[in-house]
Structures are given as C-alpha cells and as structure tokens.
Design a protein. Structure first.
Length: 230
C-alpha cells in the first residue's frame, strides 16, 4: 500500500489486480515522509531499477514519529506496529485517524472475480500437473483472494474507499484518478507478476457450471456492487 502525504492519497492494494505494478508506478511520486510498504525482492529490484522510492516509513504509524526506511522486519511486527502490503481499510483508518482518512483520496482496484480466480490459479500453479478448477476452488486459496479484495477496501460489509477502479478499464480509471489527486505525469505501469499465465486466455474456458456457480457464491459482494457477469 502507499500513503502519500505529498499528494494526499491512500492506495490500498488488492490481490491479482495489477496492484504491484500500480504501487511501483505510484512510488515514483512519493516524498520522503510518505509510506511505502515492502514488496517482493524481485519487485523491489524492478522498482529500484526504475529509480523510484523503495519501502519507507511503514513500521510505525505516522503519529509515532519514527521512520524505518529499508528495514527488514517480520510480517507479524508490521501488522502489529504499522503498515503492510495488503493492509485493510479498517487498519489504515485506525493508524492514520479519521481526519486523514476522510481528507485523503482513498482507492483500490477490483476485477471480474472469475478472471481474478484464473489469474491466481496460474500464479500458484505455474507448472504441471495442475489441480482441476473444482479442486482449486476448495483449496482455500480463492477464500484468501476474497480477504485480499473486498476484505481490503471494505469495512463492515460496505465499500470504505472513495473509489474502486475496475481492472478492465484500468488505464482510463487511473488517468481520471491521477488528475483528481494532481500527479504531474501519467502512470506508467511496469509489467510485474503478469508473466505466469502465459497468453491472456479466456477465463470462461476454465469453468464448468458448478465451478462457475461456486465463484458466484464466493464473490457475491463484488458481483452485486460492480455488476460483474460471467
């Protein structure tokens, strides 16, 4: 996630929605007091090669007045003391307080749940043999996907951020958002974590009627809120 005091926005990172690429692109515009949470070593290398700011100020909430730029700490400590990669809206609001939460532009990204499930399927099962989609849906992985989607940008069953951008219209959505928060240049997204799926095959081919319905049940909130259809 990224919390920019310089541009007064908070980006909450969902899973399998180009979140890492957006995070890297946004870090280009961050100042020394902004919060940038760590990502994987490979993605941090990419961010560094682009000349963007890396992890900083994430271990403690801003009111603690302590900076932790570049420090490696256990995930449990991040969750207890500060910010981390897929932190939820409720946790961020508790850290920054109601005034900052309401004054800053808060946003996240959502994606068609069937397409998102297929993306996670290929990410976790990069080599043969792969499980069937029915087996995958009962593995617990899609349930974690739910927690790192609606569970990130929702509070008490309702959308808690100002804007949920749709992955399917991402370039247009991000440009509108960029103008709103006043970033001086367009966001150029690096290609992070997208290579494991191979060709952008059609997600519908992965589902039979039963597995299609299972996804519809699991992601009923997203389908209701954003009108997604198979």
């Amino acid at each position: 996630m990224i919390l920019s005091h310089r541009h007064r926005f908070i980006f909450l990172k969902t899973t399998k929605t180009a979140g890492t690429s957006i995070e890297i692109a946004l870090s280009r515009f961050c100042g020394p007091d902004d919060v940038i949470t760590p990502i994987s070593d490979e993605d941090e290398t990419l961010r560094s090669e682009l000349g963007h700011r890396g992890p900083q100020n994430f271990l403690h909430a801003p009111h603690d007045g302590e900076l932790t730029t570049g420090v490696r700490v256990p995930l449990k400590q991040w969750k207890r003391d500060g910010f981390y990669n897929h932190i939820s809206a409720g946790e961020v609001r508790a850290h920054v307080g109601d005034r900052v939460w309401s004054d800053y532009v808060t946003f996240a990204v959502e994606r068609n749940p069937w397409d998102r499930v297929v993306s996670l399927y290929h990410w976790l099962h990069r080599d043969e043999p792969r499980p069937t989609m029915a087996e995958f849906l009962e593995s617990g992985a899609p349930q974690r996907l739910k927690r790192k989607g609606f569970g990130v940008y929702g509070i008490d069953g309702a959308v808690a951020v100002d804007r949920v951008c749709r992955f399917e219209d991402l370039a247009e959505e991000l440009e509108t958002l960029r103008l709103e928060i006043g970033l001086p240049d367009a966001l150029h997204l690096p290609h992070a974590k997208g290579r494991f799926r191979g060709q952008r095959d059609r997600y519908r081919e992965h589902f039979d009627p039963a597995s299609r319905q299972r996804v519809a049940e699991l992601f009923a909130d997203e389908i209701r809120l954003f009108g997604y259809a198979f």
